[in-house]
Design a protein around this ligand. Structure first.
Ligand code: PLP
Length: 369
């Protein structure tokens, strides 16, 4: 994967740590001959329902599809507007566009979360849903978002792709709105061995609708009620996720400890690290700092064998694909400024304390601190 001294992610280490337990689970799925749907997927849905405290969970093949299907279940269609931040991964906006609706971008706070006050100002008669994104595991202020949504009678669909296990006022991400969408991509805290995702619904009817849509709209082997999609979670991925769910709280605990260590070591005169809200428990899918001379720092860290990432260097409204929406440089100044300063440091659960010390020291000395 990487020859760096400290890679940004370390999926090989994850595999090494669990293969003696995981290999027999994978073999048993292979031996069963059932690779699509079936009991193993039902078991995963039951396990994730229990974890989230949400009775209606549907496994799908990615969070991108979770968002498309979740928006479709809410009835979002051509002519509707969905409010969302421009600093997310492209999939949040892509899902809105795929349904023919219009993404209405709202700028973000210094901590990268969507600004709830601007959300309220962006509401029009066409607003069908608000899609907050809990970026990197940091929770959006769901008190404010829920209050706004309720007072205007608008649905909330949470993009919880990066935030499984994060909480706000003790409540899990993805369980606030009508719909919560999660990713199980290999880089996520609860990760499959390929693409995967799942959706948490408040409504039994919506969950039932999406169960049909994820498999061609079939209601039995031969009858199609509505034209649908192919968006099923494979049995192998479901089995892997059911196993890894049992380790999720340990994963989050390590990541939170890593974040604490960074906070205690990084020189805050040069490195802006947003504080956690006292109401939230951040699961730290990513640890994002904001710095001047970001690109030079990345090159310096790389020369020292340290891998980093940027989530995300090009805001969605400035992507070539979004040109038709008519935005330009200056449309969302906070997002644009952050895009030039954000840097994601390694935070995975396999990092050693001394590696975080090395990263922090390398950063501090780069700035002469
Ligand atoms: C915020 C956000 N939304 C949606 C997605 C899409 O998830 P997936 O890769 O499972 O389709 C991602 C993936 O990284 C994401 O980070």
């Amino acid at each position: 994967m990487s020859d760096l001294k400290i890679p940004y992610v370390n999926l090989k280490a994850q595999w090494e740590s669990e293969k003696s337990e995981l290999m027999p689970i994978i073999e048993s799925v292979l031996a069963s001959g059932n690779y699509v749907g079936g009991e193993v997927v039902d078991q995963f849905e039951a396990a994730i329902s229990k974890f989230l405290g949400c009775p209606f969970c549907v496994a799908v093949n990615s969070c991108t599809d979770a968002l498309v299907l979740g928006l479709a279940a809410l009835g979002v269609r051509r002519g509707d507007e969905v409010i969302t931040p421009p600093n997310s991964f492209i999939a949040s906006t892509a899902a809105i566009v795929h349904l023919g609706a219009t993404p209405v971008f709202v700028d973000v706070l210094p901590n990268q979360s969507i600004d709830p006050n601007l959300v309220e100002k962006a509401i029009t008669k066409k607003t069908k849903a608000i899609m907050p994104v809990h970026l990197g595991g940091r929770m959006v202020d769901m008190d404010q978002i829920s209050k706004i949504a309720e007072s205007y009678g608008i649905a909330v669909i949470e993009d919880a792709a990066q935030s499984i296990g994060s909480t706000f006022n003790g409540k899990l991400s993805g369980t606030f709105g009508e719909v919560g969408c999660f990713s199980a991509h290999p880089l996520k805290n609860l990760n499959a061995l390929g693409d995967g995702g799942f959706i948490c619904f408040k409504s039994h009817e919506m969950a039932g609708e999406v169960k049909k849509l994820r498999s061609h709209g079939l209601i039995d082997r031969n009858t199609v009620e509505k034209f649908g999609y192919v968006s099923r979670l494979d049995a192998i991925q479901a089995a892997v996720l059911t196993f890894r769910l049992t380790r999720l709280s340990a994963t989050i605990k390590s990541r939170r400890a890593n974040a604490d260590l960074y906070r205690s070591l990084l020189n805050r005169d040069y490195v802006f690290v947003p504080d956690d809200d006292p109401r939230e428990q951040n699961s730290y899918h990513t640890f994002v700092v904001q710095v001047d001379h970001r690109d030079e720092l990345i090159a310096h860290l790389l020369s020292c064998g340290i891998g980093t990432a940027i989530h995300y260097p090009i805001p969605i409204h400035l992507q070539p694909a979004a040109k038709f929406l008519g935005f330009n440089e200056g449309s969302f100044p906070v997002t644009e400024k952050q895009a030039k300063r954000i840097l994601t440091l390694p935070i995975n659960q396999h990092l050693k304390e001394h590696e975080i010390e090395t990263i922090a020291q390398t950063i501090n000395s780069f700035y002469g601190g």
